[in-house]
Design a protein around this ligand. Sequence first.
Ligand code: IVH
Length: 686
Amino acid sequence: MKTEDNIQQEIDELVEILNRHCHRYYVLDAPEISDEDYDMLYNRLKDLELQSGYIRADSPTQRIGHKPLEKFQSLRHREPMYSLDNVFSVEELREFDKRICRLIDCRGDMQYAVEPKYDGLAVELTYVKGVLQRASTRGDGYVGEDITSNIKTLKTVPLSIKHLKIVPEEIDIRGEVYMDIADFNALNQERLSRGEAVFANPRNAAAGSVRQLDPSITALRRLQIACYGVGFFSTIELKTQQDLMQWLEEARLPTPLEFSVVSGIESVIDRVNYIQSKREGFPFQTDGVVIKVNDMSTQRRLGVKTREPRWAVAYKFPSHKAVTRIMNIQPSVGRTGKVTPIALLEPVRIGGVTVSRASLHNWDEVKRKDIRIGDLVVIERAGDVIPHLVEVLVHRRTGSEQVVEPPLRCPVCNSVTLRNPDEVALRCINMNCPAQAIERIRHFASKAAMDIEGLGIKTVELFYQNNLIRHFSDLFSLKKEDLEKLPGFGERSASRLIEAIESSKETTLARFLVSLGLPHLGEFASRLIAGHFQNIEDLYGIKAESFVELRQVGNKTARSLEEFFGSPENIEAIEKLKEIGLRLTNPDFQGLAEENAQTFVITGTHPVPRSEIKDMLQRAGFRVSESVSPKTDYLLAGEKAGSKLKRAKELGVKIIGYEDLKDIIEGMQKQLTGAKIAVKDNRLFD
Ligand code: IVH
């Protein structure tokens, strides 16, 4: 029987292990253990907490499970959170530097910290005795809102910083909560499919997600944080921004990308230009660069003028917004028959790119925002964010603007359009609609799918109009002679395309799944499926229930696969493709090792490094875990084995030495090959 002390000790260990892995996974992007192992340790911790009632404030189980609030409580910042003065040119940056030197008579070049300005929502995190105690929004700079439960759902925010050599008694950290562009785009897609209003930009999405009364909603949004400042702190010493960055990293708090400290304003300007040249490649949205005096005592001497410190400034990039006119609103038909409104714009340059179209997403959105032909509108485009209509300038209307109604008929094939009661999308119901067929073929050939070089939308349209193709499988019967006759094709370009189509026949299962263009089956889900099913035939006749064990595959994806692979015509079509040379390899297949494998824990010292043993075991299909639990099959114990050996004995886990390893590996390899086949067969007929 475990004593209470034992349990508490194990809980302490688990909290420490899980928090460390969380940081490796989410902040450093360098996980050391599998998701399954993480879940196993997490569940063990949860059980122990339930059993003992001993729940630490920094336990990862405390990230979720808080009840919705009625309203936010107010929290006063111990030191005000200031805002920043903006500058828009390098001349103004030089003036900023000159002003500083006038004020404090600097000898030589001033040292500045330079980093991107994150476009999100400013927050303050308070750690007391190393535990995250409170979190608040900036509010009016003096009083903000208590968003502690919401911030705790951010996996990159450590709940504890007790691992530091010196744990500060108290510290207030400042940072920006933001959303990566890819997550923002995905969130908007999801909202559209549920018929909800889209967020105008990643900043609004981040702010809207943080300011949720129900933390379980915040938990579903992928929010990030970049910590860049400090308010009140005690016990530790921080003299410069650079010290602060180093401390934040040791504390496992995320810091701004491309942080640097440079001497003199000309070097600052170089850094600003460098960050500006890199910004399109950043995963997040940035609207400028923040420049701060590096030395904190100099910061204090310079002080604050009303609301902005004299020691810092934001250099703002030229805006990514522009005003233009909607020339027309046209319906466009996608591969699933979805009829989407597209605004054709008077072309306008935004951040070096000419924008002439913007998706208006769906007809509800057009109505909600009252978007009319002829309207002047504000368009925003940033990084990979799809050009987005931010605002209709209603006060600029002349009265000649035209309201558009959703089309009753498909603009391409003239079939009726329908709207399912549980959907926002309007669809063309004709499966043979040329627009749908063309879009399906284009999708089939696209980069993430079969990746047929040179087969873009224009070429697909050309082939379709010339009756060369009706379905993507027709691509494989195209002849060089057919293409040579078409406008824009010569002998060389025709044979190049035929070659590209030919070589696309050899592809991966994941790519082929993507190319089918099934609803709810994108790149991510396809890779996941390919990870678990070695051959496409394993999917024939599959039932949605078979995906239940693959936790990341959602119900809709499972139904979509069931429907497609349940149709004899579809299977016949795939078989035909195989006959004409389609060959699917599957490098994504991970086998059933992950699910069924036996688990090893390694402890003590061994004749070869632990990492090598771990490698060897994993290659043989075993799992290697960090801590001993009832699910552990073997403990590989070397010299100086300690608490893990003790626990393994308590739990009756098989204990082996390095010399036993070879036999076990060989034995398991044989078994595993057999097991895979048996389970696979079973699945075909369930
Ligand atoms: S420092 C007193 N650094 O920009 C200086 N702010 O426009 C306080 N922001 O309220 C701010 N990225 O929310 C700083 N790297 C960064 C920043 C940053 C974004 C935000 C912050 C601030 C606003 C001012």
